[in-house]
Design a protein around this ligand. Structure first.
Ligand code: KIV
Length: 306
């Protein structure tokens, strides 16, 4: 089954009109106590599958630096690379909210530069919201004033890997939890529409979720957040590293792809691929023109006999 446009121009799935997920819709889901499902995606094919599976929010995460581009951390990915992948995701997604991650360095100097780069994600790549890491309250206020919906991100913020001294669970003391909750509240008051909480104790995430009117989306933050997000490659075992404690493998794409590629190689080596049925054939008229004694026709000897 595939996504098609309805005659009225709206998106449909299997003939049923789709209700587009928007930033206000996420807040409504929180009010109604409906869990929000979110995943990262970086390309057309997986985004399309993720959207058709009914995931509410697709994040073009800067984790693409690691899981797609093979970098050691997320710091190297550029605005242009993120835009390139956001466009591909945007072309695939009909229903989910498309959120683009602002990469390291694109919002860390002036507020004006942060807003200008965020505008590029909306204008040039079709993002419906952007995500920024850290308690950047003034920037969230400026983005909100510029009509750009913001997903904030607190706790273990991977762009701060060097400051944190590695990927460590954050907010492990009472003081740190109080400070995290204050940052979360300030970001919500500045206009953030949702908050990703990453790598924090379950109790801290639960308290912040209860305190905020905007939805929290957890990753390594326990089950009490309003929604959950995982890196797609973690979900399907394509990350070539031991999984973090919070990762659950819902499939083994590595095993599936490895086996498919190995079988293809074996078939090529044994001349078992392609078969005659997988080959194109000359029309009868052309076969007749290429007579038995011409240079060109010699390889067709067999064809004529067939
Ligand atoms: O880049 C990313 O993948 C993220 C996570 C929240 C999943 O920021």
């Amino acid at each position: 089954m595939s996504l098609t446009n309805s005659p009225e121009g709206g998106a449909c799935f299997a003939g049923t009109p789709i209700t587009k997920v928007t930033m206000p819709a996420l807040a409504e889901m929180k009010r109604q106590g409906k869990p929000i499902s979110a995943l990262t995606a970086y390309d057309y094919a997986t985004s399309r599958l993720i959207d058709e599976a009914g995931i509410d929010l697709v994040l073009v995460g800067d984790s693409l630096a690691m899981v797609v581009l093979g970098h050691e951390n997320t710091l190297a990915v550029t605005v242009d690379e993120m835009l390139h992948h956001t466009r591909a995701v945007r072309r695939a997604v009909r229903r989910a909210l498309v959120v683009a991650d602002m990469p390291f360095g694109s919002y860390h100097s002036t507020i004006a530069e942060g807003v200008a780069n965020a505008v590029r994600f909306v204008k040039e790549a079709g993002a419906e919201a952007i995500k920024i890491e850290g308690p950047r309250v003034e920037l969230v206020r400026a983005l909100t004033a510029a009509e750009i919906p913001v997903v904030a991100h607190l706790g273990l913020t991977p762009q701060s890997v060097h400051r944190m001294g590695g990927y460590r669970v954050q907010a492990r003391t009472a003081d740190a939890v109080v400070s995290l909750a204050a940052d979360a509240q300030a970001l919500a008051e500045a206009g953030a529409g949702a908050l990703v909480l990453e790598g924090v104790p379950r109790e801290a995430a639960a308290a912040i979720t209860a305190q905020l009117t905007i939805p929290t989306i957890g990753i390594g933050a326990g089950p009490d957040c309003d929604g959950q997000i995982l890196v797609f490659h973690d979900l399907v075992n394509l990350t070539f590293a031991p999984p973090a404690k919070f990762v659950r493998h819902y499939g083994d794409a590595a095993a599936l792809l490895r086996s498919a590629v190995e079988h293809y190689r074996e078939d090529v080596e044994h001349r078992a691929f392609p078969s005659d049925a997988e080959s194109y054939h000359l029309p009868e008229a052309a076969k007749r023109v290429l007579g038995p004694n011409t240079e060109l026709s010699r390889p067709l000897e067999k064809l004529r006999k067939a």
